[in-house]
Design a protein around this ligand. Structure first.
Ligand code: GTP
Ligand code: SPV
Ligand code: MN
Length: 591
């Protein structure tokens, strides 16, 4: 395979010269080539073939032990001016970044093959879509990209002789954490990732292109790239309302996107359609409405906690053609994870490749887990039983409501609605959540994570907030904005809300509010439901629990306001005055 695209072939040559691979292979998207690569990776041990009777087309991969989650401290936005990256991003000058990483890339592919993956985020030809080309020395990356994006020769045809594309370069190099860098050059439409083999660090179409680079392009071109799931809720009448929801990593996007209605609501005739589980690209149509697509074609989902009860659609999706990463390997060649289906296996090989049985104690004195807490599955969207018939629509789906949410043991009630778009942007900007296993860092510590984009915004977040405000003023009937928290706990640390399928009860209220079909109670932080307007059929929540779920505690919110002010102050003069005013108003209302 070759290309008539001058810029592309020059760039490939230049990168090959630096990385010095033995061989170069273009990925054409064919089944034959995919199988060939799988075979090769199984031979070298990069992949383990699973029980093909029980899990046809499925393989297992283990990453290096120090390489199991995104490394935000090694992730940089490399703009000419530091202020363009803003106070919430790590920054390096492009000059220094290319030089530093260039040393790690030098000869990194000696003895290896460089694979060239042309891919499209979004259906090729859609006004939303963006093309990228990833160079990598990892078959695991190639096989994941084939599931997660639209890959192959037709993308090159589409690119023609001079089409725009994001230049994505990746090498595992020697997987040395001290020589690991995830670099974004928005001004050059370029991404360099070296020294890692973990998902979000190396599947460069995902967080790096579809969020960091795309958010930068979105601001320039007047659209939005968000860390959001997209789902359609079909009412008994057949009417479908689409909701886009931003929750931080490992805070419930995949689960909500694949929701199965609880008995009471199923009886009413509700159905849920999955459009996307991680990323939404959103544009305003000529008529002033907001439309969204999921630019991906696969799920890279959290395994632990996924079972036939919590997420039956995910379980059905991952029975074939799935790449499992860092889960437990059972004796029969199938896989397991904490919170997975079936009894705890009596033995197995853990995510580090060591013999495992229940009750083993690790060096930290805690029980050893069979699967890494951030172990994942990569599976094609099309295998999901609830996949929306509109998944491939180049125009996307119309968005009725936007939902923000975090993992908060306290402070945030189960659900509230913002007063209007500006207050909704404020609501997104004050999001906070507990750090999870999806990223390195102190687990469980609450950090501010506006719009769930703190690790993923490719430019100054003050400008990002302004972009959100401006998008609202361009829309004719902007979606209503809500905030949810499935993770509030009681004094014993137990979740107060059953979550998962039962979250539809909250979505039902959100949709009714968006269509002006139900009243609400005005609280200092936004509109909250009158409990009688929530369908709680079949749940046995006592009054005390309900009260706790909706409690807005004055002391907690005063503390919260202080923390928000501190966060806002990081941005200096560039910060949108509208949000400072919203904060002042909130403080007055809490008093
Ligand atoms: P990323 O892929 O990292 O962006 O994560 P995500 O936002 O898609 O999160 P996911 O749906 O995979 O959920 C992460 C964890 O939260 C899993 O262990 C789930 O079991 C758990 N979880 C999801 N939804 C709920 C819920 O409504 N209540 C409770 N208590 N836990 C939930
Ligand atoms: C996340 O961490 O938000 C993920 C997984 O969706 S990763 O692709 O690794 O970023
Ligand atoms: Mn995510």
């Amino acid at each position: 395979m070759e290309t008539k695209h001058k810029v592309l072939s020059n760039w490939v040559n230049e990168m090959a010269k630096m990385c010095n691979p033995d061989k170069i292979i273009w990925i054409d998207g064919s089944q034959a080539q995919k199988e060939q690569l799988e075979k090769e990776a199984i031979k070298t041990g990069e992949l383990t073939l699973l029980n093909q009777e029980k899990l046809p087309g499925c393989v297992l991969h283990r990453t290096a032990i120090n390489d199991v989650a995104r490394t935000e401290n090694l992730t940089f936005i490399c703009t000419t001016k530091k202020e363009d990256a803003g106070p919430t991003n790590n920054w390096m000058s492009p000059e220094e970044a290319y030089k530093k990483a260039g040393e790690f890339f030098k000869n990194a592919m000696v003895g290896r093959t460089m694979y060239i993956i042309p891919f499209s985020m979004g259906p090729a030809g859609s006004p939303f879509s963006k093309i990228g080309v990833e160079l990598t020395d990892s078959i695991y990356v190639v096989l994941n990209m084939i599931i997660m994006t639209r890959v192959g020769s037709e993308i090159l045809n589409f690119l023609g002789t001079d089409g725009e594309f994001t230049k994505c370069l990746h090498s595992k190099a020697d997987l040395d954490i001290n020589k690991r860098l995830i670099l974004h050059f928005p001004e050059d439409n370029t991404i360099w990732s070296v020294g890692s083999g973990y998902g979000g660090n190396v599947l460069l179409g995902k967080k790096c292109l579809a969020l960091r680079i795309a958010s930068y392009l979105g601001r320039k071109e007047g659209w939005m790239a968000e860390h959001m799931l997209i789902l359609g809720v079909e009412k008994p009448s057949g009417e479908i309302n689409y909701i886009a929801a931003a929750f931080p990593s490992a805070c419930g996007k995949t689960n909500l996107a694949m929701l199965v209605p609880p008995e009471g609501l199923k009886a009413k005739g509700y159905k849920v359609w999955t459009v996307g589980d991680d990323i939404a690209w959103m544009r305003i149509k000529e008529d002033g409405s907001l439309w969204a697509i999921n630019p991906e074609t696969g799920f890279f989902g959290v395994a632990p906690g996924t079972n036939s009860k919590s997420n039956p659609n995910a379980v059905a999706t991952i029975q074939k053609n799935t790449i499992y990463t860092n889960v437990l390997l059972k004796k029969d060649g199938t896989v397991w994870w904490e919170g997975g289906d079936g009894p705890v296996p009596e033995e197995g090989i853990d995510w580090m490749g060591n013999p495992w049985k229940p009750g083993l104690i690790g060096e930290d004195g805690k029980q050893k887990k069979g699967a890494n807490p951030n172990s994942r599955f990569t599976a094609p969207v099309k295998q999901c039983p609830s996949i929306s018939p509109h998944f491939e629509d180049p125009e996307g789906v119309p968005i009725t409501a936007i939902v923000f949410g975090g993992r908060r043991a306290s402070v945030a009630p189960l659900v509230y609605q913002s007063f209007n778009w500006q207050h909704g942007v404020f609501t997104g900007s004050i999001m906070a959540s507990e750090i999870t296993a999806a990223q390195y860092g102190a687990q469980g510590v609450v950090r501010r994570d506006p719009m769930a984009m703190i690790p993923f915004c490719g430019y100054n977040m003050a400008d990002y907030f302004r972009h959100w405000l401006e998008m609202g003023s361009k829309m004719k009937n902007p979606p209503k904005i809500f905030h949810v928290n499935w993770f509030r706990t009681d004094d014993n640390g137990k979740f107060l809300w059953p979550g998962f399928g039962d979250n539809l009860r909250v979505l039902e209220w959100i949709i009714a509010r968006s269509n002006n079909e139900v009243d609400a109670i005005k609280s200092p932080i936004g509109y909250i439901p009158d409990v009688k307007d929530l369908d709680l059929t079949g749940l046995s929540l006592d009054n005390n629990t309900l009260q706790k779920l909706f409690e807005i505690n004055k002391d907690e919110w005063e503390k919260e306001a202080k923390d928000i002010k501190e966060f806002y102050n990081k941005f200096g003069d560039n910060f949108p005055e509208e949000l400072n005013n919203e904060l002042e108003d909130l403080i007055k209302r809490i008093k």
